[in-house]
Write a new protein. Sequence first.
Length: 318
Amino acid sequence: MKKEKITIITPCYNEEEAIPFFYEEVDKVTKQMSNNEFEFIFVNDGSKDKTLEVLKKLNKKDNRVRFLSFSRNFGKEAAMFAGLEASTGDYVTIMDADLQDPPKLLPEMLRLIKEEGYDTVGTRRVTRKGEPPIRSFFARCFYKIINKMSKIEMVDGARDYRLMTRQVVDAIISLKEYNRYSKGLFSFVGFNTKWLEYENVERVAGETKWSFWKLVIYAIEGIVAFTTIPLSLAAILGLLICFIAFCAIVFIVLKTLIYGDPVGGWPSMVCILLFTSGIQLLCMGIIGQYLAKTYLETKKRPVYIVKETEKDLGGKHE
């Protein structure tokens, strides 16, 4: 009987220190799951350290190891998409190289799919131990806001680490959009999902590539990608400001007719002008975000460009 294959996708950006630890831990798990065949797809996202050299050595050591090396840094979203497109497994999972996604959960994830009929088994952190408090606070706020705005439910603490059936993977691959927000895309395609909870695990080596401001930008991209509510809010805010301005004009005219003093009120006028100007710029910025995303989508640029794969080793080119 042919063994079912599991593909493990690992995006890598400057992870030369973490990859050996990651490979060792995952290899232990694969030995426990001897009834399955495995392939490892490491996606080198334009790393500036020796990540690619480490991957080449792993490929020579273990023929299950494959790699895709980008021509430059395209971001984690592009790396995950590339890995999904290159995967050949009956089941596919995405794991970070820093071991913050515990490989030991994989057997249970597979059991839940095969025995309990789930299409996807995702993981979510129930604690944010080791994270700066302000980062954790804003992360929780983001999930509350986006779940209020979007029709797609996004689980607080959800990781990209999940095991999916081939049907789910094919559905995600069919979404060819350039501006990708995978947590939203995983929810968008639907399917029967089970969540496994675990406590936060700190990086095994190296440093996080996600600064606070990068996470803020990523959150904005997620909101823009999965809801148009900000556009409606901008319109409502505009109407509200117009109403307030109209009331203020009536008040000023009546006050001038009754009490005179047509010259006074410059400080308040300046404050009102600055306030309304700020609101206008805010609304224009919201509209600009949607226009920018539309502009990038119409260009039809590739999500990623591959420079080298394991097939190129030994002079083989395809």
